[in-house]
Design a protein. Structure first.
Length: 417
């Protein structure tokens, strides 16, 4: 028996026509982000495990449960990246990029790996399109980045999304909030799920992000971070809201949002999609991480970023996926005609025209194939056409036809006009 392989659970092939949708999203992102001054960065997909422990945090679900971590042949603990930010910050410090003029702005695209329970919109390998901006603390940069994200989502054609915002404070005001949370959850410790009992000790903020029903119930009356923000954090947040109002950006304040990664300070945000996405409805998310560069040995450098999930974006656009049919289909009868067809196609393809060839079989079966693949036009090359050097073409959509020599064919169908 021959083995029959299938893709791993939670790891999907992206097939045409969906790939064309992905390409459309990538192109839109490169265009919009380029206009905002972002250049592409391509970090590796594998890193030292410690990088993620120190940035995402060992109290986070990602690090505690979801990392693809293994020991390599040299005995080092390495991990497939569960997200992009940690690698970009590592690269930023490692290559001494802080010496370049601020702001330094990067975008990236690639696969991320989290060992989660697969469901609609949640995979173990998924792609993120992300952006990171280093070096400016002004809340205007938060607004600029959010505006870029909203512009991009609009350019991709996504409507009806909602932007949620919160501030989760800084190293000055968050410790007091954590103490308040500890105090609040203390009497309920035995009712919390085992994970939250651990979180209560390690990082009580994580309890606010737990998905277990009874933890959600208990935290309904938990204190809000907005009540304990220091003046600088309050000013930063109201500064951001002022900029967004001035830009006419719609947002919803979500005082409960804490995000699942430990590195955030101050601004956090999520863009949520419609019902089409099911429970996993965040299409993009991000926030400030003003301490991470210095945590990794770089100079004090404020930073902010976001990442969008490609599968979720493409999921919302799915109805639009389509592979374009060829502009021209050349059917040919006999060897000599096939050579002529190949030459004609090569010249047109050189100019970017999508051309398909009939390749053998009866004329009838070739034309049937042209129809099946939605060819825009058909040319038939037989003995007569070879002798006369004159070719007829037919437009399959409106039934119109034309006739001419090789140059006319080229003029008629070349995209490189
Ligand atoms: P995140 O919220 O963990 O943030 O992920 C960002 C986006 O990636 C999510 O909103 C979602 O669209 C997508 N995503 C996450 N997990 C999965 C999954 N298992 N399957 C499919 N899609 C998924 C980050 O990763 C941060 N690095 C964002 C950031 C950049 N913050 C600052 N800079």
């Amino acid at each position: 028996m021959r083995p029959r392989f299938t893709a791993l659970k939670g790891v999907a092939d992206v097939l045409p026509p969906e790939t064309s949708l992905w390409r459309k999203i990538e192109n839109a992102a490169a265009g919009v982000m380029g206009a905002y001054g972002y250049d592409e960065i391509i970090p590796p997909v594998i890193e030292q495990t410690g990088l993620f422990l120190r940035s995402i945090g060992d109290s986070s679900d990602i690090v505690a449960k979801e990392m693809y971590t293994f020991t390599d042949k040299g005995g080092r603990s390495v991990s497939l990246r569960p997200e992009g930010t940690a690698s970009i910050v590592r690269a930023y410090v490692e290559h001494n990029l802080p010496v370049r003029p601020a702001p330094q702005k990067f975008f990236y695209f690639g696969p991320m790996f989290r060992y989660e329970r697969p469901q609609k919109g949640r995979q173990r390998q998924f792609y993120q399109l992300g952006a990171e901006c280093f070096g400016i603390a002004d809340p205007g940069v938060d607004a600029e980045m959010i505006t870029m994200l909203l512009t991009l989502l609009d350019r991709i054609g996504l409507k009806g999304l909602s932007l949620e915002l919160n501030s989760i404070g800084c190293k000055e005001c968050r410790p007091a909030f954590k103490e308040r949370l500890k105090g609040f959850f203390g009497p309920h410790l035995n009712e919390l799920c085992p994970d939250c009992q651990r979180r209560h000790e390690q990082n009580p903020l994580r309890i606010l992000d737990c998905k277990v029903e009874r933890c959600i119930e208990i935290r309904k009356n938990a204190p809000l971070i907005s009540e304990t923000l220091c003046q600088d954090c309050k000013d930063h947040f109201s500064g951001l809201l002022g900029y967004l109002d001035a830009m006419g950006a719609a947002y919803v304040l979500n005082p409960h949002m804490v995000r699942g990664l430990d590195y955030y300070t101050r601004t956090v945000f999520e863009v949520k999609g419609g019902a089409g996405l099911g429970a996993q409805n965040a299409v993009a998310a991000g926030g400030r991480y003003d301490l991470l560069v210095s945590e990794f040995g770089g100079p004090d450098t404020p930073a902010i970023g976001f990442a969008m999930g490609m599968e979720r974006l493409a999921g919302l656009l799915q109805g639009e996926a389509a592979v374009p049919g060829p502009v021209l289909f050349i059917a040919s009868m006999g060897k000599e005609a096939a050579v002529e067809a190949l030459r004609m196609a090569a010249r047109l393809r050189d100019g970017g025209t999508r051309v398909e060839l009939g390749w053998g079989g009866s004329l009838k079966s070739q034309l049937r194939r042209a129809d099946k693949i939605n060819a825009g036009n058909v040319v038939i090359i037989g003995e007569e056409e070879l002798m006369s050097g004159r070719f007829k073409w037919k437009d399959m959509r409106d039934g119109s036809s034309g006739e001419g020599g090789r140059e006319d064919i080229f003029k008629q169908f070349s995209q490189a006009k």
